[in-house]
Write a protein that binds this ligand. Structure first.
Ligand code: ADP
Ligand code: MG
Length: 597
């Protein structure tokens, strides 16, 4: 007996609609995209009961003539692409010709539209698959679509809709995103008669962010931009030390299309390692421009995901844009009377200026290590190198004789002394700096190591009698997976059978006794980090392990050198793990406390 039959059109439409239209926000998204594609300068969205009873979107775009208005509800009807070759260069938000068909299939829909030609517009009323009426109407140029009673003919779907208020949340979020993508367009979102979002047109992204998020957010953002071949990125992102506790404000656009993308998110979080304090995430509004052929937007029915041809290039763009931005805007945590720290970004903007000029000329990861540096390669005579630990006694407390200390360049902070064998106290232009010696050295080494890594120049020590390491269960697989990475980082191990491995070579910045433990620690860490962030984290750990420790007495020379190097890094305020390095006691605070002002 035959079992297969073709589904009735109506059922097929409903099934297809379900892919594109999941809840009110999906309708809003498709309609707003159409308005933007039609060149609107004004988009007004109105909802009743979170869109469950009514979603209305009106624009002042190009509108449609009578014929197009009748056609637009057909599945795969679109004015945006004509043939297969157009799929390679999609410049509009829509192109699948499915949205109106889908929305019409699952709601009671009224379309009003006028393209400005002739004197009458068109009104079309539909109910699910049924055409109810086509009428001549007087209507201004543009389009208005009302979708009522979403899923009225799909009770199972309707049951899944949440309360009006909870459906509104995602809609507001989407409209926010659309508004970020088009600052020149007026956006209004009205819910139950109340205006929830209202953004008059503005000239810049910064102004749009201000309208949507307020001044505090804008003050914590820096401009970022970078280019790589035909790729380009620009936008706004958190200043160093700013950011927030969650990832809720990260907006990415690829060729004008808002996207959720794992690659971009990972690149952003990597770019901010060591720029934000631990546990904080950046805010970002990033606009990526790529040749149309280098990005596939046709991978998801709602078009919210994309696929990049060259993910490495995308990664580089984000890293470079943020890195260069951060190098311009680095900043130091300030100590305020009363013990609290001003929360970033309030203390951020003005404090970045002091050392700006010096960090700029070094830039982000410019080669000054591994042979080319006057201070020598990492494995050679780096004055603060781990094996080169100072033996003799050093000043333990702050000495007031600032003149005695070496200040090689004459511009940076001047070292006054060491405090508690942990902190370097220095006089900066605007006040006293207390610098955590371990964190500072970690930052300096991290940047050097990154450079060494980039140039694949790890100095190695070859062990004649290699220690045998017993890997914990599971670690062997991890080692296998990361063999190339460890090799890059200067470690070479050889399988001895079972879980035993011989450590043949290690990067020559460690003492022989510690190399094995460091290797095991890195291996363990590799298992905890996602692949794309591994290298950065491991370099940070390698820096941490070879940095001078808290509790170690330091000579003047070493302190002078360290402070000097620190302020040449891209981010002297935070160690690569996101712990603060420097606090500053403002001159004015001291003056005030001592009754001088
Ligand atoms: P797509 O956007 O993928 O082309 P849609 O189903 O969303 O498919 O829309 C079908 C067509 O209807 C569009 O290509 C466009 O020509 C027309 N259209 C839809 N909405 C509008 C609008 N707001 N203004 C002008 N034309 C519109
Ligand atoms: Mg569309």
């Amino acid at each position: 007996m035959r079992k297969i039959h073709l589904l009735p059109d109506e059922v097929a439409q409903k099934i297809a609609a379900g892919e594109v239209i999941e809840r009110p926000v999906s309708v809003v998204k498709e309609l707003v995209e159409n308005s933007l594609d039609a060149g609107a300068t004004e988009v007004r969205i109105e909802l009743v009961d979170g869109g469950k009873s009514l979603i209305k979107v009106q624009d002042d775009g190009a509108g449609m003539d009578r014929e197009d208005a009748a056609l637009c509800f057909r599945r795969h009807s679109t004015s945006k692409i004509a043939g297969e070759e157009d799929l390679e260069r999609i410049a509009t938000l829509g192109f699948r010709g499915e949205a109106l068909a889908s929305i019409a299939a699952v709601s009671r829909l009224t379309l009003r539209t006028f393209d400005g030609a002739g004197d009458r517009g068109t009104m079309i009323e539909r109910e699910g698959e049924r055409l109810v009426a086509v009428t001549d109407i007087a209507f201004p140029r543009g389009t208005m679509i009302e979708a009522r009673d979403l899923f009225f003919n799909l009770p199972a779907r309707r049951k899944f809709l949440r309360s009006g208020q909870s459906e509104l949340g995602p809609v507001a979020k989407y409209v926010t995103q659309a508004a970020l993508g088009a600052p020149g367009v007026r956006f209004t979102l009205v819910h139950g008669g109340r205006e929830t979002i209202g953004c008059p047109p503005v000239a810049t992204l910064r102004e749009r962010v201000f309208q949507l998020f307020g001044k505090k957010m804008v003050d914590g953002l820096m401009e970022v931009a970078a280019e790589d071949g035909e790729g380009r990125i620009e936008g706004l992102a958190s200043l160093p030390l700013a950011g927030r506790a969650d990832k809720s404000v990260q907006h990415f656009f690829v060729n004008g299309r808002p996207v959720k993308d794992r690659v971009l998110m990972a690149a952003l979080s990597q770019a901010y390692t060591g720029i934000l304090e631990r546990g904080r995430s950046p805010e970002a509004f990033l606009f990526l421009r790529l040749p149309f052929a280098d990005v596939d937007v046709n991978v998801h029915p709602a078009k919210s995901e994309v696929r990049f041809k060259d993910t490495q290039m995308v990664f580089r763009l984000v890293l470079r844009a943020v890195g260069e931005g951060a190098a311009r805007g680095h900043t130091i945590k300030e100590v305020v009377p009363g013990g609290g720290h001003p929360t970033a970004p309030s203390g951020v903007a003005e404090s970045g200026a002091a050392y700006e000029a010096r960090s700029l000329d070094l830039g982000f990861g410019l080669p000054d290590v591994a042979g080319t540096s006057p201070t020598g390669a990492a494995g050679g005579d780096m004055p603060l190198e781990a094996r080169d630990r100072p033996g003799g006694p050093s000043p333990r407390y702050v000495s007031p004789s600032s003149t005695a200390s070496p200040a090689p360049s004459g511009q940076g902070p001047v070292v006054l002394g060491q405090y508690g064998n942990m902190y370097i106290v220095a006089a900066g232009e605007e006040g006293l700096l207390v610098i955590d010696q371990h964190n500072a050295h970690e930052r300096v080494l991290y940047e050097k190591y990154r450079e060494i890594d980039r140039m694949k120049l790890w100095p190695r020590k070859v062990l004649l009698i290699p220690p045998v390491l017993d890997l914990p269960p599971g670690a062997a697989a991890m080692l296998e997976e990361n063999a190339a990475l460890f090799e890059d980082l200067g470690f070479r191990v050889e399988a001895m059978g079972g879980r035993s491995y011989a450590l043949k070579e290690y990067p020559d910045v460690y003492r022989q006794e510690e190399a094995g433990d460091i290797f095991l620690g890195l291996l363990e860490e590799a298992g905890r980090k996602p692949a794309e962030e591994r290298r950065g984290h491991m370099l940070a750990t390698m820096a941490c392990k070879s940095a001078i420790k808290a509790g170690e007495p330091l000579t003047r020379e070493k302190m002078g050198y360290l402070v000097d190097e620190l302020f040449k890094t891209s981010q002297p305020a935070l160690c690569p793990h996101g712990r603060p390095i420097v606090v500053r006691v403002e001159r004015s605070t001291i003056d005030k406390g001592l009754g001088r002002k």
